[in-house]
Design a protein around this ligand. Structure first.
Ligand code: FES
Length: 107
């Protein structure tokens, strides 16, 4: 990447999707560390970042992963396994089997 900032490189630098993987108490006990590691091992689409996150208030149904996309509703995934990471970053469509039923009651 060039050191020169152009409008194109600036647009590329804008993060469009952030995946927050809870790394707190209950989720850690349910292997959320392995889930975060799985996200960090796959190739992420442009504009996507993955971060360790704090408690999302859904501790009983972890590991929890929150997906925030610019201009779209936030997706709250629960009971996420490492093997779900690829699917979560590859589609902007909600993955119904992973949606938190309390927060996506009408989804
Ligand atoms: S510990 Fe993960 S949501 Fe609370």
């Amino acid at each position: 990447m060039s050191d020169t900032i152009t409008s194109e490189t600036l647009v590329e630098a804008i993060v469009e999707t952030t995946v927050w993987v809870c790394q707190y108490d209950n989720c850690l006990r349910k292997r959320s560390q392995a889930v975060l590691a799985a996200f960090n091992q796959i190739e992420l689409p442009a504009g996507t970042t993955v971060s360790a996150g704090n408690c999302q208030g859904q501790c009983h149904i972890g590991p929890n992963v929150m997906v925030v996309r610019t201009g779209e509703r936030t997706l709250w995934y629960c009971e996420v396994k490492p093997e779900d990471a690829e699917a979560i970053v590859q589609t902007s469509e909600p993955i119904k089997r992973l949606l938190n039923p309390r927060l996506h009651f009408f989804s």
